[in-house]
Design a protein around this ligand. Structure first.
Ligand SMILES: [Zn+2]
Length: 292
């Protein structure tokens, strides 16, 4: 954008006026209209979120094939390689594919093979369809009864404004009414529950992590859903942090499995040792019998 008066490129956005984006020139200080103003935000739970084609989950936006590895996968490979260099032996419990590259998954330390991308995409879509079929068979009334009972028993509070949980710690429940599913999470960082929820809404599950186990048992990740898929939010403030994850585990396991998206049983995030954490994660994978 150039200034309409002095042609300088040194201009800044300055709000909008009568349907047009306003600019202010930093050279001559004059203001002028630019392109038609587009509202790039939607309001959800009284909070501004970026408008995008991923605000609701669809079959089209669920799985975008990608050759490049995500950050954590690159990191795993790097760690395994370094371990071998310094210890002259393979790392404990680490699959071979992380240090004997290339192999059928990894073309090099930063890319999947074409073969993997293609077959993984097919598996993800098959799993997506199985999950959708599973949701459609669930009974709306039974789901609501189950949720009401839970909310009542553990004294959760419903909110219609995310600001209410800004900086607040505790347990939260995201309800995805269309799918008859909930997600139960905890926050005890200084950023609080609002921040955790915004993360779920903005995050896109990495291509390589869409499946958590087998095609026929993997539950869709909460991070694959869009902000607008969350239709109700409940929370329970907790001002203690010790034992919060055990409490999360207790809550997750007492919610009927058919109705929850949690992929692991909870109670894991406080494990600092990454090897033990990974083992705990693997041993607590929640499986869903999608094919009957
Ligand atoms: Zn100017």
């Amino acid at each position: 954008m150039n200034c309409k008066y002095c042609n300088s490129t040194h201009v800044q956005k300055d709000g909008n006026y009568k349907g047009y984006q306003r600019y202010k020139c930093m050279e001559c200080n004059k203001r002028f209209n630019g392109e038609k103003y587009e509202n790039n935000f939607i309001i959800h739970f009284k909070t501004k979120i970026k408008k995008s084609d991923r605000n609701t989950l669809t079959r089209e936006n669920y799985c975008i094939p990608k050759k490049e590895l995500d950050y954590s996968e690159k990191h795993n490979i790097k760690e395994a390689m370094e371990f071998i260099k310094t210890h002259k032996r393979p790392p404990l419990l680490c699959p071979k594919c992380y240090y004997e590259i290339p192999n059928k998954y990894f073309e090099d330390t930063e890319h999947y093979t074409d073969e993997f991308v293609e077959s993984h995409y097919k598996r993800c879509m098959e799993n997506f369809d199985l999950n959708m079929a599973f949701f459609s068979k669930l009974d709306n009334e039974k789901f609501n009864k189950c949720l009401d009972k839970f909310i009542d028993k553990y004294k959760f509070i419903e909110i219609d404004d995310l600001e209410k949980v800004n900086g607040c710690n505790g347990v939260y429940i995201l309800v995805l009414d269309k799918y008859k599913q909930v997600y139960i999470g905890v926050s005890y960082s200084s950023k609080g529950i609002k921040n955790r929820i915004l993360q779920h809404w903005s995050k896109k599950k990495e291509f390589g992590r869409l499946l958590n186990g087998d095609v026929e048992t993997s539950i869709l990740s909460i991070d694959s859903f869009g902000a607008l898929d969350t239709t109700r939010i409940f929370y329970k403030p907790l001002d203690w942090s010790y034992g919060m994850y055990e409490y999360e585990e207790k809550l997750v396991s007492s919610f009927k499995a058919d109705y929850r998206l949690n992929r692991v049983a909870g109670g894991i995030n406080d494990e600092e040792n990454s090897t033990i954490r990974n083992m705990k994660l693997l041993s607590s994978i929640q499986e869903r019998k999608l094919k009957k």
